[in-house]
Design a protein around this ligand. Structure first.
Ligand code: AMP
Length: 428
């Protein structure tokens, strides 16, 4: 017999490197949204959201053609209208595009915004590295002052601390500017020319296309060679030198734990001057957040210099860490009531009453279907609801509802018309 081609051998699965966020993890995600929104408001950052699809050129020009993201990791495709678009791999270039497109600089100086949402990179999936992941970002656009470099670090640390994460450290470096970086790059290339035979294949490509990224390689042999490489601090121009010193001074004033890392360069070409990562001392290879200054991105995308600084936090990594350390997701939960219905008539009436309660801002849970009273009360117990409101045949006939205190077991009957006040009274 021919095989039924409509039947699948295996049910559909998520696409490789992508994952579902399931209800069991709701508390973690909600705590990020709630704390993130509060932290953003306290630090005076306003919400911005850009589309998930952008023109491919935005990232090719913005992030840089010789970066891993642009060379290997973009999910790009041609639309029916023959445009080449890309699922955004990061949030900063789109925000700079939006800043220029909507003249946001006229309305505030500087513009302080936050965003969150999914990012897409075609990376090799492994623990802590996905093809779709979420970032929360903060950007300050329109100011060159080191004050904002450090404010970006502070808002990141305050966010992570509010989530219950302790022992954070900033790894920091500067990548210089157009004046000083070329001289440093030349020196770096000179050094690596003598090492070409000893570096990995990827590094040979980096040597040709993007020599600063040679410092970023994680292969052991390359790391050893890096130890002898010149460091940018010896080549900084006066402006970059004093900017970096001022940033470090402010970091110390704010008692931020930090460690200068002369090899930190980061994977996006748009950075200038300050770059940093937020790490946990025992897990320094897996940063929870990364950012820096990107004073030239505005010029690349819009033709004029727009100084800016920002950060993005990797939400999956943060949640993985919170889980690993068994940190309680900090969520203020609303007390709930469980609505029990017994019989068809009660189910019909119950729907109206449940809606009335919800319109009065009361959190109501239910599990109708064919469940018995006993089973529904069992579920109510599991959900840790404070009260159960029970509507059976008798209550329907008498136009009453029974309210059961789930802790004491005490039951009281109240008229249906007073259901909202009577419930609220008992929830206080
Ligand atoms: P980046 O945009 O590369 O500067 O990364 C900022 C942060 O996003 C990192 O510190 C990670 O926490 C997170 N991140 C970056 N790439 C991934 C990925 N492929 N999967 C999960 N998290 C990521």
């Amino acid at each position: 017999m021919e095989k039924d081609s409509t039947k699948k051998d295996k049910p559909y699965q998520t696409v490789r490197g992508m994952h579902d966020i399931l209800p069991k993890d709701e508390d973690y995600w909600r705590s990020i949204w709630e704390i993130g929104n509060e932290i953003s408001e306290i630090h005076d950052f306003n919400f911005i959201e850009t589309p998930i699809l952008e023109a491919v050129g935005l990232f090719e020009e913005g992030i840089g053609e010789a970066t891993d993201i642009v060379e290997k990791e973009m999910f790009s495709f041609k639309t029916k209208g023959r445009e080449i678009v890309v699922l955004r791999p990061e949030g900063t270039a789109p925000i700079m595009r939006s800043y220029i497109q909507h003249h946001l600089g006229h309305f505030s100086s500087p513009l302080k915004v936050f965003y969150w949402g999914p990012m897409f990179r075609y990376e090799r999936p492994q623990s802590g590295r996905y093809r779709q992941f979420h970032q929360w970002g903060f950007e300050v656009i329109g100011e060159a002052d080191p004050f904002y470099d450090v404010q970006i670090m502070l808002v990141t640390l305050n966010f992570l601390k509010a989530l219950g994460i302790k022992g954070l450290k900033i790894k920091i470096n500067t990548v210089g500017c157009r004046v000083c970086r070329p001289t440093y790059r030349k020196r770096l290339v000179q050094y690596y020319r003598t090492q070409k035979r000893n570096i990995c294949k990827d590094c040979i490509r980096r040597y040709e296309k993007n020599p600063l990224r040679l410092l970023d390689c994680t292969v052991r042999e390359c790391k050893e060679i890096r130890e002898g490489a010149p460091i940018i601090l010896d080549y900084l121009c006066q402006a970059c030198n004093s900017h970096f010193k001022e940033v470090l001074g402010l970091i110390e004033d704010n008692e931020i734990e930090y460690e200068p890392d002369p090899h930190l360069v980061r994977g996006l070409d748009y950075y200038s001057k300050t770059v940093f990562e937020v790490v946990l001392p025992k897990n320094a290879d897996r940063a929870l957040a990364g950012g820096g200054r990107y004073d030239y991105l505005g010029e690349v995308l819009g033709g004029r210099t727009i100084p800016a600084v920002g950060v993005s936090l990797g939400l999956e990594r943060i949640i993985e860490y919170i889980k690993e350390k068994e940190i309680d997701p900090k969520r203020k939960k609303k007390p709930s009531v469980f609505f029990v219905v017994v019989g068809e008539e009660a189910k019909k009436k119950g729907l109206c009453l449940i809606n009335k309660l919800r319109l009065s801002n009361i959190k109501v849970l239910e599990s109708v279907g064919k469940q018995s009273l006993k089973n529904q009360l069992k579920i109510a117990n599991k959900t840790k609801s404070k009260l159960s409101l029970i509507l059976g045949q008798r209550e329907c006939f008498e136009e009453t509802v029974m309210i059961r205190n789930m802790k004491t077991g005490v039951q009281e009957t109240v008229p249906t018309e007073n259901i909202v006040e009577e419930t609220k009274k008992r929830l206080r």
